[in-house]
Design a protein around this ligand. Sequence first.
Ligand code: 5GP
Length: 137
Amino acid sequence: MAETIFSKIIAGEIPSHKVYEDDQVLAFLDIGPLSKGHTLVIPKEPAETLDQLSDESAEAIGRVLPRIARGVMKATGATEYNVLQNNGSRAHQAVMHVHFHIIPKEGDGTGLGIGWKPQSLDNEEAAELAARIAREL
Ligand code: 5GP
């Protein structure tokens, strides 16, 4: 995997405002926050997208995400937030190293804006699709 800005942050080659670190996970403030306390949580493993991440790193991130979210909420006073995780450039991923955004939603409207255009779900197609996905797991 090509070196990214996040591998340089992990290596300590460029600075960050760190909020959490263990052997497998690092969390730090986003340099372009959507709201106060916008935090990035990343595995130290250099995977580009979530589907490429090992079970070990996934477990390590899953274990600390709620704790970091609680810390961000307590520190900022926010009570609502989004967790965002983008994979691929068309899905808005700019840094090709897996990361989870924790984005507080504040009363002033700052935070994540979401364009959500639901389509309909055909029962027959859904049954076939769910079975197809399940077979791939
Ligand atoms: P993505 O669109 O890939 O999901 O989000 C990447 C995020 O990384 C952006 O929100 C951007 O502000 C943040 N970011 C990019 N470069 C740096 C950096 O050098 N330091 C920090 N702390 N955040 C960065």
